[in-house]
Structure formats: structure tokens, C-alpha cells
Design a protein around this ligand. Sequence first.
Ligand code: GLU
Length: 303
Amino acid sequence: MEEEGWLSDGRMRANEPVLRFAPSPNGRLHLGHAYSALLNAHIAERLGGRLLLRIEDIDLGRSRPEFVAGILTDLDWLGLRFEALVRRQSEHFPDYAAARDALAARGLIYPCFCSRGQIAAKVAARAASGEWAPRDPDGAPLYPGTCRHLSNDEATACRERGEPHTWRLDMPAALRSVSEPPVIRRFSPDDGALETVAAAPSRWGDAVIVRRDVPTSYHLAVVCDDALQGITHVVRGQDLEAATDLHALLQRLLGLPSPAYHHHALIRDEDGEKLAKSKSSESLADLRARGITAEDVRTGLGF
Ligand code: GLU
């Protein structure tokens, strides 16, 4: 892997690096996004690579055109320039459906008809009877596997009745189907050094790979797009570090290349909490309205 490290003049050895910043347009950008975008730009420049923008708008209920416009305004204000062709995930559902169908044809995903309430009740009943109820890295109870045991006929009948369903990864089958266990290549933003670590996808259990409403999930769309866009280096927050275990497995299952990853520390508020659109953390637009300049933001974040 040495050929992928940095040269002494700070440039990359191997083929042209490609990075991406991939916000979801379900709110205005805050300082955490600014840090991630600026770090992507900094590393892309250091590597002599390209920087792409991807709008991750598969959540049709929460994504809004005004948030997409806000993202473009804020990134421009920060002085960041991206290549003109911006990939919008909502325009590429057929790509994700093809990946879904490939996994389904190999029996690696199965339709799940359980509602959240049913899953919660089942997990609670298990916990009450003293059974261990493991949780995924996001803290949600692992899916108890109910629909994995449906026969093909039962599942087909439910689908023909039009029952809403997700598609879940059959984790045991997926792990059995890969000839080599998935690994994650991590790179250091300081010197480009690479290290390879074993991925631990099983901690996600039978994760949802396809949501009810659209033919994908964040996990499936992100691995498809990183491959389709030729992304070589993923730079994103530590809140997505555990998801990379699942992404590494999906890449193996779909025969996709796996980029090198750097998960950066999160920007936190004065209470030590990570910033979040859902908590109405002060947005870049709010900061701008208070007279804070882009230069102040860049300097404050160390760029
Ligand atoms: N769209 C995700 C977010 O806004 C980032 C996904 C990624 O970088 O892989 O949190």
C-alpha cells in the first residue's frame, strides 16, 4: 500500500485522489459541517485531488429545495469550490435498486414487515424474560430476526398484499458468503499513512438496507455512490465511524472498491454535545447574520 502514501512534497503517489463532501439537505449547515467540508478541501488540496459535492437527499420527507440552496450558499460563502456536477441521490434511485436486486437475487437481504412498535414490543418481551437484548452502535436494539424466518411463500403473499416492508441484510448469510472477511483501510490526514483493520459488521445485526419508502437506505446509497463517483478517500465525522463496518461488508458483497477512510473528531457545543440540526444548533446562516465572517469561521476551526 506504500504507493498510496504521500510523497515528500506532500502530494499523493497513486492515481488521482477523489474526495467528497456529502451533506443531507434536511436543515441548514452548522459549524460541524463547515469543519468537515473545510477538512475535505484541505486534504484534497494536499493530495492534489478532486473534491466533489454530493447531496444526500434520499429522505424525501425531510429534504427541502431551500436547504439544498442553503448548502450551496454556505459552501460558497466559506470559499469552497466544488466540481460543477453535483450528484443528487434522489435522481439515482435506479442505481440503488439495481444493487438491492443484486443482493436479493443472492438471498442476502430479505423483506421485513415488522413495524417499529412490533420490534420494540418483541425486544421488550425478550428483555423482560431475562434474555440478552443487544444494541447496535447507534444504541437501537438489534433486530430480533423475526422476518428472516418467513418462508418465501409467506413473504411473497405479504408483498402481494402490498404490505409495507423494508429489506434487511441477512447478516449471518452475508458473512458466510464473503470469501475474505471485510477490512477497513484508514488513512492519516497528517502523513497519509495507511493501516488496515478488520471490520466488525455483525454488531449491526440484520440492518435495514432498503427503507420502506425509497429503494435504498443511507448505507446502500453511500457505498454505491462512493464507487460510482470513484471516491478514493472518505473524510467524515466520527459519528459515522461505526457505519463503516457495515459499508465495508456491503462493498465486499457488491464487489465495489473500498475507499480509505478518515473519521474526524466532531465539533461540540459548550456543553460537550455534538452539533445537530435537530437540536437547532446555530447555523452558518445565523452566524453570518450576527456579523461573523467566513474568515472568522475558517480561523476558528483551524484552517
Ligand atoms: N449525509 C451524511 C450526513 O450529512 C454524511 C454521509 C457520509 O459522509 O458518508 O451526515
